[in-house]
Design a protein. Structure first.
Length: 270
């Protein structure tokens, strides 16, 4: 996806709530070459612009026609993206005003698993994480993995990574995906995409649409101590999950172990 501010556009209809002195939203030009549907990419761009504050609460968006021209796409594609964002509460439509940014951003919805995750600071503020990959390897699938991931042929790809927030290691993840669904998946940690959900969508057209979690507490083991800079026996949060794609197919098996020493876990149900 292009950065939020990838390309400037002059759209006179843009503005804040009162329309005075506001600059136009900055729009990318969406080209071909991604597996993700175009309206999904537009939604993702607009959601991120709202979340990071480039499109602040009260901002009146340009018309669908102006946005479509700025994006270089059809009006119907913009309309579908905006209809979804209205339904999700990020935008609202006001008579005689137009489409307005609400300021209600579901920080922990699946839409923001691309760049954010469920550990927040103790004050509730959003944490942007970075990933450090430790290993990626192809392995034979166990019977349980074959059944859960509905594997027809081949093995699995297993990934181990550490998530950092505010400069500290806070979570390590072990992820398993069906190899048959991911041709040409990188085998070198240096080539792994930092945003796995986003890569699945853009490269393979796989959109993670639901996650089922089981949450428990445990004491730090040797691996947790080494990776998360913990003391032996310090409490850790454990999350076992199955992530499902847009068709309801189990796509990722995940095991996460996190310290909540300086963070809290947030899971919002909508």
């Amino acid at each position: 996806m292009p950065p939020v501010n990838a390309k400037k556009a002059t759209l006179a209809a843009a503005g804040t709530g009162n329309g005075a002195g506001a600059s136009a939203p900055v729009l990318p030009n969406f080209g071909a070459g991604e597996a993700a549907p175009l309206y999904e990419r537009v939604k993702r761009h607009m959601s991120e612009a709202i979340l990071v504050g480039e499109w602040p609460p009260g901002m009146v968006l340009p018309s669908e026609t102006s946005l479509a021209q700025g994006f270089g796409i059809a009006v119907g594609t913009v309309r579908r993206a905006m209809t979804d964002l209205v339904a999700e509460g990020l935008l609202t439509r006001r008579r005689k005003t137009g489409t307005v940014v609400t300021g209600r951003t579901p920080h922990h919805s699946l839409r923001f698993f691309f760049q954010y995750f469920r550990l927040h600071r103790a004050d509730g503020s959003l944490v942007r994480s970075t990933s450090q990959f430790l290993s990626v390897e192809a392995q034979p699938a166990t019977p349980a993995q074959t059944e859960t991931l509905q594997i027809k042929t081949g093995g699995v790809i297993r990934i181990h990574r550490i998530r950092h927030a505010d400069g500290h290691p806070v979570m390590h993840d072990k992820l398993v995906l069906a190899q048959e669904r991911l041709p040409d998946w990188p085998r070198d940690v240096a080539e792994l995409p930092p945003l796995l959900y986003l890569h699945l969508l853009e490269r393979y057209g796989i959109r993670i649409s639901a996650v089922r979690e089981q949450i428990t507490a445990d004491l730090a083991g040797d691996e947790d101590v080494a990776l998360l800079a913990l003391s032996a026996g310090e409490p850790v949060l454990t999350i076992d999950e199955v992530a499902y794609d847009q068709a309801g197919t189990p796509t990722i098996l995940g095991w996460h172990r996190a310290t909540t020493r300086a963070h809290i876990y947030v899971n919002e149900v909508r």
